[in-house]
Design a protein around this ligand. Structure first.
Ligand SMILES: CC(=O)SCCNC(=O)CCNC(=O)[C@H](O)C(C)(C)COP(=O)(O)OP(=O)(O)OC[C@H]1O[C@@H](n2cnc3c(N)ncnc32)[C@H](O)[C@@H]1OP(=O)(O)O
Length: 517
């Protein structure tokens, strides 16, 4: 005979335990740290009331006191009304470490995302592979890595970093698309105590892998002031992406402001008269896309290049722009990596690219050469050439030398290229050009007249060579446009390119190209 009521009572009791598996000790641990519970975290991320948990009762076999959930909460829910899979570590259960059972849950959740072609968001607060599970846990991380690779470029993957994450719990996230850390989070391969024990090095957690440091290294794509901001940032990021590479990104509020606005007209005066004066590129970006909105990604890393998302007539675009306020907007090794990554991210998810160009060229010097500026810079044009999404190129001021191609000149990959009348398109800047090819002429000028002669030659170069007119006359760019018309011209251009096919025509029997790495 089955005692149905007793069974139901047992279920209610077990579910209550599973909701707070570490009991009072877990609650006290969170209270001490001042952090929400893992399920509160999931609910802060998702649309209200949409979370459906899976495998809440999973626990280690053959251990009567094993804790439910095994340190991981998994399930599905909605963000902005669209499905996502969520995987979140419970720091109060085995330190959120990943054992054989939790790894199985992890894999099942990833498989669900694969089968249903929906994004994955992980909330990481974990010391990595569970030491007690020995080879079982490191083997499980191997399994997880293989599934993450299958998902990469197929569905968007976001990692939120909270607390102190180490080892497998940083290598997993770094293989996802975007990492968001709270200001008080840490990422390292091994923590300070292990380092002290292994090589005697005394180092603080902040120096080793604090959020600010990791953002400057490019490991974190955004540092949030608190958990809620981290979840909001992730939600906003996903609003620009399709649920998978099989879909198109969502369109939001098309058709607004079809005529030139007062904000558009401000663009006519934004480039300073002085060639050497800087200005904040954000001021341009905020005026050439919808609603003055720009969702910047990786702001703290290589800030001489800006990357982020915006909308053009409601359709998401990825934006890559030089920042004249930092290193004059020159291109260095770090910003080359930033650019390559962002091109591939957008291309993977059918998001057109808009390059906004004002760069004096590739940053010269020993430090850059030692940092691999050649090999890292070499990947940028490759990524542009391989991309199949529509690409727009807009030169607002300088576009010199190798940087011309690295910012998607039409000959490298732009489908449509524009320049403002203030554009300077040339092999090198005026001063360097005069010093290089005009040195014999200058040497022949009497010393007292040399400075004036040099200035004359610089002006002559700027007025006759480094202009957009030569590029326009010879067909290297498509049009020179009034700055105030830019927002509408980009709209028209992307409308023309809306049906660009996602494959390049022509058969090539190779397996894949070889990258400069
Ligand atoms: C593929 C791989 O992942 S191999 C590498 C395995 N992981 C590691 O080497 C990291 C080991 N862990 C650490 O270095 C530290 O715990 C840190 C840096 C992650 C966190 O440090 P702290 O914030 O000071 O927390 P603390 O060390 O107290 O750990 C919190 C709890 O998690 C447990 N824990 C942390 N990491 C692990 C782990 N990998 N396996 C099992 N338990 C772990 C701790 O034993 C502790 O348990 P308790 O609350 O019952 O005492």
């Amino acid at each position: 005979m089955v005692d149905t009521k007793a069974k139901l009572d047992e279920l209610v009791k077990i579910l209550a335990i599973a909701t707070e598996p570490a009991g009072e000790a877990g609650i006290a641990k969170r209270a001490k740290k001042g952090v929400p519970s893992v399920r509160e975290r999931v609910n802060m991320l998702l649309d209200r009331g949409t979370f459906i948990e899976t495998s809440a009762l999973a626990r280690q076999p053959d251990q009567p006191d094993a804790l439910y959930g095994d340190g991981l909460v998994t399930g599905r829910g909605l963000i902005g009304g669209r499905p996502v899979v969520v995987i979140a570590h419970d720091q109060t259960v085995y330190g959120g470490s990943v054992g054989v059972t939790s790894a199985r849950k992890f894999m099942r959740a990833l498989q669900f995302a694969f089968d249903n072609a929906c994004p994955v968001v992980t909330i990481n607060d974990s010391g990595g592979a569970r030491i007690q599970d020995a080879v079982g846990s490191i083997a499980s991380f191997g399994d997880i890595s293989r599934v993450l690779e299958r998902l990469s470029g197929y569905v968007p993957q976001v990692s939120i970093i909270l607390g102190k994450c180490a080892a497998g719990s940083v290598y997993g996230p770094i293989n996802t698309d975007v990492l968001i850390g709270t200001r008080d989070s840490y990422m390292f391969v091994t923590g300070p105590e292990v380092i002290k024990a292994v090589n005697g090095e005394d180092i603080t957690a902040e120096e080793l892998g604090g959020a600010e440091v990791q953002a400057k290294r490019g490991t974190l794509h955004h540092v949030a002031d608190n958990e809620q901001e981290a979840y909001d940032w992730a939600r906003r990021y996903l609003s620009y992406l399709p649920t998978s590479c099989l879909e198109q990104p969502p369109v939001v509020n098309p058709g607004l402001e079809p005529e030139i606005t007062a904000s558009d007209r401000e663009l006519d005066a934004i480039i300073p008269d002085s060639d050497r004066a800087g200005y904040d590129m954000h001021e341009i970006l905020l005026r050439i896309f919808d609603d003055g909105e720009f969702h910047e990604v990786r702001a703290a890393f290589a800030p001489n290049l800006i990357t982020g998302f915006a909308r053009v007539d409601g359709y998401p675009v990825g934006v890559i722009a030089n920042q004249p306020l930092v290193l004059g907007g020159s291109i260095d090794a770090a910003c080359s990596d930033k650019s390559t990554y962002f091109i591939r991210l957008c291309d993977a998810f059918n998001i057109p690219l808009v390059f906004v160009v004002d760069t004096p060229g590739v940053l010269p010097g020993l430090e850059q050469e030692a940092n691999g500026v050649i090999i890292r810079g070499g990947r940028v044009p490759r990524a542009i050439i391989e991309a199949t999404v529509p690409i727009i190129n807009l030169v607002v001021r300088k576009s010199y030398g190798g940087a011309y191609g690295m910012m998607a000149a039409r000959q490298v990959g732009a489908d449509i290229s524009f320049a403002w009348p203030t554009a300077r398109i040339a092999v090198i800047g005026a001063e360097s050009a005069v010093d290089l090819i005009g040195k014999r002429q200058l040497a022949a000028v009497p010393q007292e007249q040399r400075a004036a002669a040099r200035e004359f030659m610089v002006n002559h170069y700027n007025e006759t060579i480094a202009t957009p007119w030569i590029a326009a006359e010879r067909g290297y760019i498509d049009a020179v446009i009034e700055p105030a018309r830019t927002r509408l011209e980009i709209r028209h251009a992307l409308r023309l390119l809306r049906d660009k096919p996602p494959v390049k025509p022509g058969f090539n029997p190779r397996k894949h190209p070889v990258y400069p790495m």
